[in-house]
Design a protein. Structure first.
Lengths: 138, 146
């Protein structure tokens, strides 16, 4: 079976972030969710020396660099909002499945911004995936 | 229809902010990855997360729990999360449908649940079992649909 290249990368994402989910449970046994997020960012910086691209960094368009930077801002903002939701009385059993629906935003926005459309089979896959993450995070 | 009380609850709006933020994160990841390779994306992404971490530090008045284990797990989390991020950017850069890639990579709770059962000896709820079934179907569909 010939798998598309993105699929193999996505498999790495699943395993890495899947383990992260477990470590998250373990770390919040000892420290608060907020502290956990702060130390997580410290963990990001452990990788930085290996990722430093050198001068080529300044060759990219400022627009793309801006997207990359904002992607980090929104990722962390989302994590903060998740903790805030839990702290302000949201039940984890409701907040977790609700916030797992973020791919839906991409499904709705991608056709407009990226001019991409999904075929029926892919749409069925996305629906299955959304049902799966909602049920798994209960 | 959500109840009116839900719409007045702060947790609901925070949850919505979370969904929109993560939606934006995925979209921006794709937009940036059109030009920038995965390792450089992750390098810049990391600087983007700093303002939120600093804001949290201020909100906590720089008081951090001194739990070696907690800190070790959380920092390891960051390293692994960064490696996952690298693959996430690489997936977008490899081409393919953005919504599909986002949905496929959002399935990571299936691994968490599987590990929680085998390592933490947690028990699966029947809803989670059904969830694993849907995840498996989604993965099969994604693997054949491109």
């Amino acid at each position: 079976m010939h798998l598309p290249p993105w699929f193999c990368y996505a498999a790495v994402v699943l395993v890495a972030w899947g383990v992260v989910g477990l470590l998250q449970k373990l770390s919040t046994n000892y420290i608060s969710a907020e502290s956990s997020l702060i130390w997580l960012v410290v963990g990001f910086f452990v990788l930085q020396p290996f990722l430093y691209p050198g001068r080529v960094l300044f060759g990219y368009s400022s627009r793309s660099l801006g997207w990359a930077l904002l992607s980090g801002v929104f990722n962390a903002l989302g994590a903060w909002a998740l903790f805030a939701a839990m702290k302000s009385g949201g039940k984890a059993s409701i907040v977790a499945p609700l916030t797992a629906l973020y791919p839906l935003v991409v499904v709705l926005v991608a056709p407009v911004i990226l001019h991409e459309s999904i075929n029926l089979l892919q749409g069925a896959g996305v629906v299955c995936a959304l049902i799966a993450v909602v049920l798994l995070s209960t | 229809m959500p109840k009116l009380a839900t719409l007045k609850a702060r947790w609901f709006w925070y949850s919505l902010l979370c969904v929109l933020s993560w939606g934006a994160w995925a979209m921006l990841s794709k937009l940036g990855s059109n030009e920038i390779p995965a390792d450089t994306m992750q390098f810049i992404f990391t600087f983007g997360t700093v303002p939120v971490a600093v804001a949290l530090l201020f909100a906590r008045r720089f008081k951090m729990e001194k739990s070696g284990k907690g800190i070790f797990y959380a920092v390891s989390n960051g390293v692994l999360s960064g490696i996952g991020g690298l693959a996430f950017f690489a997936a977008f850069r490899a081409g393919g449908n953005t919504a599909v890639i986002t949905a496929a990579s959002s399935l990571y709770p299936m691994i968490t649940v599987a590990l929680a059962v085998t390592i933490l000896r947690e028990r699966l709820t029947w809803l989670q079992v059904v969830g694993l079934g849907f995840a498996a179907v989604a993965i099969v569909i994604f693997s054949i649909s491109t």
